[in-house]
Write a protein that binds this ligand. Structure first.
Ligand code: FO1
Length: 314
């Protein structure tokens, strides 16, 4: 079965890792959010792309989920000693990625070309695509009236400011990556991994062209919330600040115009009836991914559920 998966950072990467163990490279393509990308110390950083690639390459830091395992911090410490910025933690191995990406972008290569080259070097066989080769930048507008770059909000200010709304700067002029659209057209099911709907998946869906091609396919989403809490990151806090009670139902509602199937946690089983009222096919299961085994078990369940959905639509 061919899957085109949309993913953000750490949570999404875990499910992608599980799916990649079960599907050969010609049956799984990954389309990754680049709204979190930013420039730091003059370097082009693509956090979600790197998180997905490092995870697939088995190079990711198992504790944080982002950055590299067995990392060393000499450059970070030297920059700090020189009173340089230190709020964004870049280890030496990770730094090599950002230096080379920046160099290649300056040489005129596109982000998708660079990602493909890096994947080849890291041994990542499944195609991983940035959502676009054009720049889209997530800006967080706060209740205080500030406009913060996403990493400034997420890392530097530890998601403390109250969110008023998000803006995706450049989205009108961005185009979906053609290879990503081809992957969607060739797939049986599109899967939205358990990533933050507001800041990881919306930037992909809001690029003109993606929703139109996704609509042609069954779409299955996995909730990033359990019991109204995010598995990681600020999703639940963001829902509350935007005036929506965080719940599995709220996530399903976010995608409801395009959603065929929805997978959410047993803790939220009481929301089943409400979700099924929208004619969404639901799977209630254990969606917590604490270790590799959980990733593979959930990925298996996702694929079985996708089969069920395909059989129903035949
Ligand atoms: N997240 C943090 O919370 N603190 C950091 O210092 C940090 C550094 C970092 C460096 C490289 C990278 O690829 C990711 C990094 N992240 C860090 C994660 C990143 O901010 C988030 O995972 C995403 O942008 C949200 O999906």
């Amino acid at each position: 079965m061919k899957i085109a998966a949309l993913a953000g950072g750490v949570g999404g990467a875990k499910l992608i890792h599980g799916l990649a163990k079960l599907l050969p490279p010609d049956e799984l393509s990954v389309i990754v959010n680049t709204g979190d990308d930013f420039e730091y110390l003059g370097l082009n950083i693509s956090p979600d792309l790197d998180t997905v690639c490092y995870t697939l390459a088995e190079l990711a830091n198992p504790v944080t989920g982002w950055g590299r395992k067995d990392e060393c911090w000499t450059i970070y410490q030297e920059i700090a000693a020189l009173d340089g910025p230190k709020w964004f933690h870049i280890g030496d191995k990770d730094l090599a990625t950002h230096i080379l990406r920046t160099y290649k972008l300056n040489q005129g290569l596109t982000l998708s070309e660079i990602t493909a080259e890096f994947c080849r070097c890291w041994g990542v066989k499944h195609p991983v695509f940035p959502m676009s080769d054009q720049s889209v930048r997530t800006v967080v507008h706060t209740a205080e009236g500030e406009a913060l770059g996403f990493q400034e909000y997420f890392v530097h200010q530890a998601c403390e400011p109250v969110v008023e709304h998000f803006e995706f700067v450049g989205i009108e002029d961005a185009r979906p990556l053609p290879q990503a659209i081809n992957a969607i057209e060739a797939c049986d099911v599109v899967v939205i991994s358990p990533s933050n709907p507001w800041v990881s998946i919306d930037p992909i869906l809001k690029i003109p062209g993606y929703v139109e091609s996704i609509r042609e396919k069954p779409l299955v989403a996995v909730s990033p919330l359990i019991g109204g809490k995010a598995l990681k990151g600020p999703a639940a806090k963001i829902y509350a600040e935007l005036g929506v009670t965080p719940s599995a139902w709220a996530v399903a509602s976010h995608y409801k115009d395009i959603l065929t199937g929805f997978i959410f946690d047993e803790q939220d089983h009481h929301e089943l009836e409400k979700i099924e009222r929208w004619r969404i096919i639901a799977l209630v299961t254990d969606i917590l991914m604490k270790n590799d085994q959980d990733r593979f078990r959930l990925a298996e369940e996702v694929l079985r559920f996708c089969e069920t959905i395909l059989n129903r639509s035949r």
